[in-house]
Design a protein around this ligand. Structure first.
Ligand SMILES: [Zn+2]
Length: 160
């Protein structure tokens, strides 16, 4: 079955909440990123892949008008809690190597199996079932910001 990807306002809202609220994402405020959801059960080295950050190649920009795409794999993501999903979004944003329109762009590789920053913030077993997450207050704040952003996006030009 061919993989299907569609644009996701849900993940865009979570990403915007992270970018707006955290200094480590200050450089991403002007980055152009398209957030996608895929129905594919992606694996890499037999591990589930939750998200994938890709730089859009210059030759493809006529079709994908962005510098980066971040794809989230629904069959794996839907098994995670809302907070764990937020951490996946945080993780994927750390892959975005954007430092301004005129600077070279690239995806940033992990510094360990995960990013040290993700492990330090949320605990090393954050992706396991029933994981005890660190920094839950921050995750609650991001959920609230994201649902606010998503609601205001949905109410643009619609009927109530
Ligand atoms: Zn990664």
């Amino acid at each position: 079955m061919a993989e299907e990807r569609k644009v996701s306002e849900h993940y865009a809202a979570i990403a915007k909440a992270w970018i707006d609220s955290r200094d480590e994402f200050e450089h991403l405020k002007d980055a152009s990123i398209i957030y996608l959801e895929s129905d594919h059960r992606k694996k890499s080295k037999r591990k589930k892949v939750f998200g994938l950050c890709e730089k859009v190649q210059d030759k493809n920009k006529w079709a994908i008008p962005a510098d980066f795409t971040i794809t989230f794999y629904r069959p794996h993501m839907e098994k995670l809690s809302e907070w764990q999903q937020e951490i996946v979004v945080y993780h994927e944003l750390l892959h975005v190597g954007f430092y301004g329109e005129d600077e070279p762009m690239q995806t940033i590789p992990h510094d360990m199996e995960d990013f040290r920053q993700v492990i330090d913030m949320f605990g090393s077993h954050w992706d396991e079932d029933g994981a005890d997450l660190l920094n839950t207050a921050l995750l609650i704040e991001i959920s609230e910001d994201a649902s606010y952003l998503e609601e205001s996006e949905n109410s643009k030009g619609g009927e109530e």
